[in-house]
Design a protein around this ligand. Structure first.
Ligand code: FAD
Length: 548
C-alpha cells in the first residue's frame, strides 16, 4: 500500500506524473459522492485518480443541513426500503467516524392544528425505529406538552399538545468528505484539488480518460483511465454535455439556504424540527457552538451554478418561520450572522414540485461508457459508491465486493470512546494552552489527528506566546501538511467552518491566517492576492447574506 501525504506539495509533485500513470478509475468531483467512489474503488485494489475543480467539498457537500438522516421524511412517500437502508447507513457511519457522526436528540413539537398528529407521529416513529433498526436507548419517546416545553421553553405554547423526541445524527459535511478522501489517499488514491475536467479522451468509441487543467499552475494534462466516473453533483449534466446532447434522465436542481444566528439571540436548548405554519413544510433549528443554524428552503434553481445568490426573501422566510414557531423571539435580518446556499442535484421527474422530487440516486451510463451518478444524500454516499464501483468491476469482468463498511475513516482510530479520549488529551493540551472546550472542538473536527495539533502547539510555543494565535498556527500547519489546504478559503470555510459559525473570529484572524498559510504554500503572488480577494468577498457576502 502506498502512503502519500495529503498536501499541496504532494499534489504538485503528482501532476507531472499523471501522463505516465494508467488509472483504472478517474473520478470527477471531490464532493461526498466522488470521495465515496474513490475510497470504495481504491479499497478494492483499483488505481484511482480523483479531480476536483475547486477545493474538496466546495460544492453541495459543505452546504447541507449537516445531518446524517435516519430518513423519517421518506415514510411520507412509503419509501420503506430507503428508510431501512439509510437507518443502517447511519449506524455504520457512526461506527466508522464516531467523532464526526454524533447522535443528537431531535424534538418534534406537535400542535393541534399542525401537520403532525400525535397518533400519526407515534405510528411513523415506531415504524422508523423498526425499519432503521434504531438501537434500544435511542428509540423515540412521545412527550406531553409540559415535557416538550421543559426541553425547549422557547416553543410557542398556543395549541401545543405535546411532542416527540427521536435520535438524529449531526455531522460536519465538509469534514466528513475530507475524512473519506484522506482515507482513500492513505490507501493510494491520487486525490487532487484545483484540477478541472475539461473534455473527454477516447480510444475508439470508448471514453478512456480526460483532459484536465491544473487551476493553480494553469497547465493542461491528460489523465488516462479505463473508467471515468462523473460525480460532479449539480454539475453532472454539464459534464455529460461534453460528450454530446443530453438524453434520458436529467438533473433538477433545487436550492436550499441556511442562516446562522447567535445563541444569545436564539438561546435554543436543543435541535428542533418544526412546522412552517405558512406552507406546511418543515425546517430544522440546530445549535452549533455559540450559534444556531436554521434551514432549509427548497426552490427550483436554473441560474449560474458557480454564483448561487441568497435572496432577502429566502432569509425572511426562515426568520418568519422561526419567529412563528418560537414566538418569544423576534429575530431580524440584522441578527443573521452568516448564511449559505447549496444546490440539491436531484433526478428530474416531470410535473413534480421541488419538495415532491425523490431524493433517490440514479446512475446513468453514456454510449462511451462514462458513468454519471447523482441524486441521493450525504447519508447514503457509501451505498451510492458501492453501486458505481460494482458496475465498474462488473464491466472489468472482475469480482470484488464493497468493504468500506469496515474501513474506519481517517482520524477515527480511537482506542477508547470519544468522550474518554477527549478527557485523556486534556493534560498535555493544557500544557500548550488549549482549553478543554478547544480540545473537544478539535477532536470533533480532526479525531485522533488532534495529537499532531498538540505536537505542533509544543513546537510553536515560543514563536507564538499568545495561546489563541498558537492554536490557530498549529491548526494551519496541520491543514497545510495533511489536509491539502492552499489558501484561506479552504481553511476558514471547509476545514474549520469558521466563516459561518465563528464569523467574528474569522474576521479578526484572517489576515494572520492568510499570511501564515502563504508562508507554507508559496502560491504565486498574483494568485495569493486573487484568493485573498475571493475570501474577503465571500466574508462580506456571508455576513450580508446576499451570496453563498
Ligand atoms: P457536490 O458536493 O456538489 O460535489 C460535486 C463536486 O464536483 C463539486 O465540488 C464541484 O466543484 C466538482 N466539479 C464540478 N465540475 C467539475 C469539473 N469540471 N471538474 C472537476 N470537478 C468538478 N444530505 C444529507 O444526508 N443530510 C442533510 O442534512 C442534507 N441537507 C441538505 C441541505 C441542502 C440545502 C442541500 C442542497 C442538500 C442537502 N443534502 C443533505 C444532500 C447532500 O448535501 C448532497 O446530496 C451531497 O452533498 C451531494 O454531493 P455530491 O458529491 O454529489 O455533490
Amino acid at each position: 500500500m502506498r502512503m502519500r501525504q495529503f498536501s499541496i506539495a504532494v499534489r504538485n509533485e503528482t501532476l507531472p506524473l499523471l501522463g505516465e500513470t494508467a488509472y483504472d478509475v478517474l473520478v470527477i468531483g471531490g464532493g461526498i459522492t466522488g470521495a465515496g467512489v474513490a475510497l470504495d474503488a481504491v479499497s478494492r485494489g483499483l488505481r484511482v485518480c480523483l479531480i476536483e475543480k475547486s477545493d474538496f467539498a466546495s460544492g453541495t457537500s459543505s452546504k447541507s443541513t449537516k445531518l446524517i438522516h435516519g430518513g423519517l421524511r421518506y415514510l411520507k412517500n412509503f419509501e420503506f426500503g430507503l428508510v431501512r437502508e439509510v437507518g443502517k447507513e447511519r449506524a455504520i457511519l457512526h461506527r466508522l467516524a464516531p467523532h464526526l457522526v454524533r447522535p443528537a436528540p431531535m424534538l418534534l413539537p406537535i400542535y393541534s392544528k399542525g401537520t403532525l398528529g400525535k397518533v400519526s407521529t407515534a405510528i411513523a416513529l415506531t415504524l422508523y425505529d423498526r425499519l432503521a433498526a434504531v438501537k434500544e436507548g435511542e428509540r423515540f419517546r412521545m412527550l406531553k406538552q409540559e415535557e416538550a416545553l421543559e426541553l425547549e421553553p422557547l416553543l410557542k405554547v398556543k395549541n401545543l399538545i405535546g411532542g416527540a423526541l427521536y435520535k438524529e445524527y449531526v455531522t460536519d459535511d465538509a469534514r466528513l468528505t475530507l475524512a473519506v478522501l484522506k482515507t482513500a489517499a492513505g490507501m493510494g488514491a491520487d486525490c487532487l484539488n484545483f484540477c478541472r475536467y475539461d473534455s473527454p479522451v477516447y480510444e475508439g468509441k470508448r471514453i478512456a480518460g480526460a483532459v484536465i487543467t491544473d487551476e493553480i499552475g494553469d497547465v493542461q494534462y491528460t489523465v488516462r483511465a479505463r473508467y471515468v466516473v462523473n460525480a460532479a453533483g449539480p454539475w453532472v449534466d454539464g459534464i455529460r454535455k461534453t460528450e454530446g446532447p443530453l438524453s434520458g434522465k436529467f438533473l433538477h436542481l433545487t436550492k436550499g439556504i441556511h442562516i446562522v444566528v447567535a445563541q444569545s439571540d436564539f438561546p435554543l436548548q436543543q435541535a428542533v424540527y418544526f412546522d412552517v405554519a405558512s406552507d406546511k413544510r418543515m425546517i430544522f433549528a440546530i445549535p452549533r457552538g455559540d450559534t444556531v443554524y436554521i434551514g432549509t428552503t427548497d426552490t427550483t434553481f436554473t441560474k449560474d451554478l458557480d454564483a448561487i445568490d441568497i435572496e432577502q426573501a429566502e432569509v425572511q422566510y426562515l426568520l418568519n418561520a422561526t419567529n412563528s414557531a418560537f414566538d418569544k423571539l423576534n429575530l431580524t435580518t440584522a441578527m443573521v450572522q452568516s448564511a449559505w446556499a447549496g444546490l440539491r442535484p436531484l433526478i428530474g421527474q416531470r410535473g413534480k414540485s421541488p419538495g415532491e422530487l425523490s431524493r433517490k440516486d440514479a446512475l446513468f451510463i453514456s454510449g462511451s461508457g462514462m458513468l454519471s451518478i447523482a441524486g441521493g444524500k450525504l447519508t447514503g454516499y457509501r451505498k451510492m459508491a458501492e453501486k458505481v464501483v460494482d458496475k465498474v468491476v462488473q464491466h472489468m469482468g472482475a469480482t470484488s465486493s464493497c468493504r468500506t463498511d469496515a474501513i474506519a475513516l481517517s482520524g477515527a482510530d480511537f482506542s477508547v470512546p470519544v468522550d474518554e479520549y477527549i478527557e485523556r488529551r486534556g493534560g498535555e493540551a493544557g500544557q500548550v494552552g488549549f482549553t478543554h472546550e478547544e480540545i473537544r472542538e478539535l477532536v470533533f473536527r480532526y479525531g485522533t489527528a488532534v495529537e499532531r495539533m498538540i505536537e505542533n502547539g509544543f513546537q510553536l510555543y515560543h514563536k507564538y506566546p499568545d495561546a489563541a494565535q498558537r492554536k490557530i498556527a498549529a491548526e494551519i500547519q496541520y491543514a497545510v501538511e495533511h489536509e491539502m489546504v492552499s489558501d484561506l478559503n479552504d481553511f476558514l470555510i471547509r476545514r474549520t467552518g469558521m466563516l459561518y459559525f465563528e464569523i467574528e473570529r474569522a474576521k479578526a484572524l484572517y489576515p494572520f491566517a492568510a499570511s501564515h498559510i502563504q508562508q507554507m504554500v508559496h502560491l504565486p503572488v498574483a494568485e495569493y492576492q486573487r484568493r485573498l480577494k475571493v475570501f474577503e468577498t465571500t466574508l462580506t457576502a456571508a455576513a450580508s447574506h446576499k451570496n453563498s
